[in-house]
Design a protein around this ligand. Structure first.
Ligand code: ZN
Length: 290
């Protein structure tokens, strides 16, 4: 036991004993405290959450009336969310883009697959030609039948971008071949459930624009491997909402709300073999006995 561990152990023991006098000699013979990682059964892994801040590099995303770049504000929300997830037991974040660089939509999906992500959360800020629209929204993949005309337009503009900058082509790619098989896949139902948790949480930070999770053919959400969703945090084209997006307080609140939604979903739907699933099962078993 090193000095700082010993000190922590001694303080903890003294606290536990509630002021009971304990000599240093007594403390020395007790076993050292084990860390949370050591206490974890070896087979229980973390839930891996892939955070995907949209755009980046040569693609600024939408630009607000006061010159705010979508790529910058969503990257900051992503960094904040990563920090929050890192602090949670049983959850590990990975970021499909963690700096100001362009990443194709397919690279983002493959990155998440390579890192064996359990959940995928793309973070964006919405925009519209007129300044009025406001509010947050959550999208889940559909191959056809987008929730609305604007959902279809939004997805098409996102998907087209890779092609326009010449850095990716979805035609004939592995990903495009999976797109149309995905429609009836169970992962879409799971994404919708996940989306509801996120929607219910972020609406307290930026009231939800629609009454349900939206569907649109976003290439970046087209992985059959894990539930995926895209969050439009606020309208950067609306001057009031652009001001919110520029505020670190709002971005932190949004990151906290995203974490809350993720935790809410995982409390009921954590993948098998994870620490969180084992913990939920233990809580359910205890409740069953009471
Ligand atoms: Zn975007």
């Amino acid at each position: 036991m090193n000095d700082s561990n010993r000190r922590r152990f001694l303080l903890g023991s003294l606290g536990l004993l509630g002021g009971m006098a304990m000599s240093r000699a007594h403390a020395e013979v007790l076993k050292p405290v084990i860390t949370a990682a050591q206490a974890r059964p070896w087979h229980l892994r973390d839930v891996v959450i892939c955070i995907d801040p949209g755009h980046g590099g040569r693609d600024p995303g939408a630009i607000g009336p006061h010159g705010t770049y979508e790529k910058d504000v969503v990257l900051d929300i992503g960094h904040r969310l990563r920090k929050l997830i890192k602090a949670e037991a049983g959850m590990s974040p990975v970021m499909a883009r963690d700096s100001d660089r362009y990443v194709t939509l397919e690279e983002r999906v493959y990155f998440a697959q390579e890192h064996r992500a359990d959940l995928f959360v793309a973070i964006h800020a919405d925009s519209f030609p007129t300044p009025q629209p406001h509010g947050s929204s959550v999208y889940v993949f559909t191959a056809h039948g987008a929730s609305s005309e604007s959902a279809a337009v939004l997805a098409e503009s996102q998907n087209r971008l890779d092609r326009s900058v010449g850095l990716g082509s979805h035609k004939d790619s592995l990903l495009s071949r999976t797109l149309f098989d995905l429609e009836s896949h169970a992962v879409i139902d799971e994404s919708l459930i996940f989306g509801k948790y996120i929607m219910d949480s972020i609406t307290h930070v930026d009231p939800y624009r629609y009454t349900s999770v939206q569907r649109a053919p976003f290439v970046v959400l087209a992985s059959p491997a894990f539930p995926s969703l895209l969050v439009e945090t606020a309208f950067i084209s609306n001057p009031q909402q652009e001001r919110l997006l520029r505020s670190p307080v709002f971005r932190q609140r949004m990151a906290v709300a995203l974490l809350k939604g993720i935790k809410g979903y995982l409390s009921q739907h954590a993948p098998q073999g994870t620490l969180l699933a084992a913990r939920s099962a233990a809580v359910r078993a205890l409740r069953g006995r009471v």
